[in-house]
Design a protein around this ligand. Structure first.
Ligand code: GLV
Ligand code: GLV
Length: 351
């Protein structure tokens, strides 16, 4: 049998490599420098030489890339989000696409909570104040923040969760300890919330987006990025939020109109925003870095060592399935397996 080849666009945790090698594949890593991405030409060259592509969220896997190799048997994306892959084109071309769901749910929910607490309690400016040697005398007005639990307000705070999938639900579970009420809205599946999330013990209630925005003290975003969710939070939506509310985004940058957000932060239309993702990542829209009511981190929500290792194992396992022509455990376009384009591609590859 011809030797199989997997092209990994950028370096991922080493645990992936023995899984691929035990399946008989040779492996090339396109870029090992952590601060360098691949050019479109490097992606094309890598794909042309590969039987399976293992991509990161930093690489646009466009129709052009997918069309570049008629023998390509699958794309294993190292992320739960897969908006970087043109899945419609992949399905048309008979290429299965897979992702890494589930393993990063808790780690991402943990970071969401770090951001909720960090922005409300002003942890970063307080830390900067300490290390700059500016703490001279305790006083009742030092770094006053907002409550997350009922705290001094004596009243349950409301957490609005937009996108109530695995991660949204994990964020909700953590809110139980803070005695919060939860409003949930799922743009992908508005009907499902009403039945699955109406759990009185968790104080989760389904709401429309407008009601959620108007009533929440914290609005946390967890949808997939799709044409429907792109810019779903813009000037109008920010204007509906309470002056005292915070926006948290660990999903994908373009879910928020970041120019409108910068304006809202400048004008104190909301109390603050904590962002893990950016519209033009790694860039920020002008003015965002100067907003003192923003807490900004570089897309680290799934970033624990153990979770990143498990994502690598999962992506490699999916890649092996793509190589072998078996159903990938985490395929995102399962219909592809019934298609003529898929059968034609498998026969071309084994010819
Ligand atoms: C990270 O953003 C992911 O989608 O896994
Ligand atoms: C989305 O993919 C989620 O896990 O919530």
């Amino acid at each position: 049998m011809k030797e199989k080849h997997v092209f990994i666009t950028r370096r991922i945790p080493e645990v992936a490599l023995p899984i691929l090698r035990e399946a008989g594949a040779t492996v090339t890593v396109g870029q090992s420098d952590e601060e360098k991405g691949l050019s479109p030409q490097e992606i094309l060259d890598g794909v042309r030489a590969a039987d399976v592509l293992l991509s990161l969220l930093t690489e646009p896997i466009t129709r052009e890339v997918l069309s570049a190799n008629p023998r390509l048997l699958g794309v294993a994306n190292y992320a739960v989000g897969f908006n970087n892959v043109d899945v419609t084109a992949a399905t048309e071309l008979g290429i299965p696409v897979s992702n890494t769901p589930g393993v990063l749910t808790d780690t991402t929910a943990d970071l969401t909570w770090a951001l909720i607490l960090g922005i409300a309690r002003r942890i970063v400016p307080a830390h900067e104040y300490m290390v700059a040697g500016r703490y001279k005398l305790w006083g009742p007005n030092l770094f006053l923040g907002g409550d997350v639990s009922p705290g001094g307000t004596g009243k349950r705070k409301v957490l609005g969760i937009v996108g109530y999938g695995r991660i949204g639900a994990a964020v909700a579970r953590r809110a139980v300890g803070f005695d919060m009420d939860i409003l949930a809205y799922d743009p992908h599946n508005p009907g499902a919330i009403a039945t699955d999330a109406a759990d009185p013990a968790r104080h989760v209630r389904a709401a429309g987006l407008e009601e959620l925005l108007r009533e929440s003290d914290f609005v946390s975003l967890h949808p997939l990025l799709t044409p429907e969710t792109r810019h779903m939070i813009g000037e109008r939506e920010l204007g509906m939020m309470k002056l005292s509310a915070y926006l948290i985004n660990v999903s994908r940058g373009p879910v928020v109109d970041e120019v409108a957000l910068v304006q809202a932060l400048r004008d104190n239309v909301i109390a603050g925003a904590a962002l893990d993702v950016f519209e033009d990542e790694p860039l920020m829209k002008p003015g965002l870095a100067e907003c003192t009511n923003a807490l900004l981190v570089p897309h680290i929500a799934s970033g624990s060592q153990d979770t990143r290792d498990r994502m690598a194992t999962m992506a490699a396992t999916n890649a092996v399935a793509h190589l072998n022509g078996t159903r990938a455990p985490n395929v995102v376009n399962p219909d592809v397996y019934e298609s003529a384009a898929y059968s034609a591609r498998r026969s071309a590859a084994s010819a």
